[in-house]
Design a protein around this ligand. Structure first.
Ligand SMILES: [Zn+2]
Length: 322
């Protein structure tokens, strides 16, 4: 183990330096060449959850990014969040739920097909000692590429070959309809075509769930339309504990929790997305629910409090014991 040898060498060199009266702080530690794996485990009742970081995309934005606010206000919010004015920080965190009898993955990351700074989910799965072949079900919140692309790798091969793929029925109905594809504006057409690339040849493996129904024991789906027509959030219950999985009810909380009335250019129905966001966030804040958001900073888990103008995300404290 050369690293250990090197470390022991440095340690003994430092001790030797003390012996000679030289400054031990001058001993040089070799820099690491890897980041730590980005996984976070926590429990809800008897269920074990694993948050898996896929990476971050700095989504280019323009002054048209928020449809119903002047860009100067948006720039002010970006400043307050220490973000640049031309890119939105968009981190991705998927969630594995081990119910004891089923291994369920909620959303799948980018599959390394959106940004070179994302696509770490598979490495983090391995670091978490979760075998992709052991995943029983994938539950999709909605059909944007950052949630479905991780179903397949770049060569169109299934990453989780044994998983049933469960998608919201209204989401499938909207996006897989060729009349909607044909009527879509040019900048939305690639989204429709990407969905066909992912789903067409595996349609037999895909089941459609009605939001409001349970998709696995203790995992209830709740309709949350606006961001997309079939956008879905999830309530996970085990014992007397629960977790609300917000999906894309709000993207980065420093922008959209603080400014819940903002309609983003990527929302299919902006006004409906705002109504949904406020309804779900009011409930989460009033009931002091544990929440996780797909685009919240890793480990993407915490609570929401209501403020005079919006909501604030309070991250959980990192636990060292399960
Ligand atoms: Zn998203």
């Amino acid at each position: 183990m050369p690293a250990l040898t090197r470390r022991s060498f440095i340690a003994s060199a430092a001790i030797a330096a003390i012996g000679t009266g030289a400054d031990p702080a001058a001993a040089i530690a070799p820099p690491a060449d890897k980041l730590a794996p980005a996984i976070y485990r926590y429990k809800i009742g008897s269920y074990q959850l694993t948050a898996l970081y896929d990476g971050i995309w700095y989504r280019p934005i323009t002054d048209k990014f928020i449809r119903n606010a002047p860009f100067a206000e948006v720039e002010h919010a970006l400043d307050a969040a220490f973000m640049p004015h031309d890119r939105l920080a968009t981190p991705f965190t998927a969630l594995v739920v081990n119910t004891g009898s089923k291994l369920v993955l909620i959303d799948t990351g980018t599959g390394g097909q959106i940004s070179p700074s994302a696509g770490e989910l598979r490495d983090n799965l391995i670091a978490a000692e979760i075998n992709p072949n052991a995943v029983d079900a994938i539950v999709i919140s909605h059909f944007h590429p950052d949630h479905i692309n991780g179903i397949k790798d770049k060569d169109n091969k299934l990453i989780f070959p044994n998983a049933e793929i469960m998608v919201p029925a209204p989401e499938w109905a909207f996006w897989m309809d060729d009349a909607n594809l044909n009527a879509a504006p040019a900048d939305l057409k690639p989204t429709f075509l990407n969905q066909r690339r992912i789903f067409t040849d595996i349609a037999k493996q895909v089941t459609h769930y009605q939001p409001g129904k349970e998709v696995a024991p203790g995992i209830v789906t709740l309709p949350a339309p606006g961001h997309t027509p079939g956008h879905t959030v999830f309530a996970i219950h085990s014992g007397d504990q629960s977790l609300l999985v917000l999906s894309d009810t709000a993207q980065h909380p420093a922008v959209f929790a603080r400014h819940p009335s903002w309609e983003a250019a990527f929302d299919v129905d902006g006004p409906e997305a705002v109504i949904t966001r406020k309804k779900i966030f009011d409930r989460a804040a009033a009931d002091r629910m544990l929440i996780t958001g797909y685009h919240f900073p890793f480990p993407a888990c915490g609570h929401l409090i209501k403020t005079a103008t919006g909501y604030e995300h309070v991250p959980i404290e990192w636990q060292t014991n399960l």
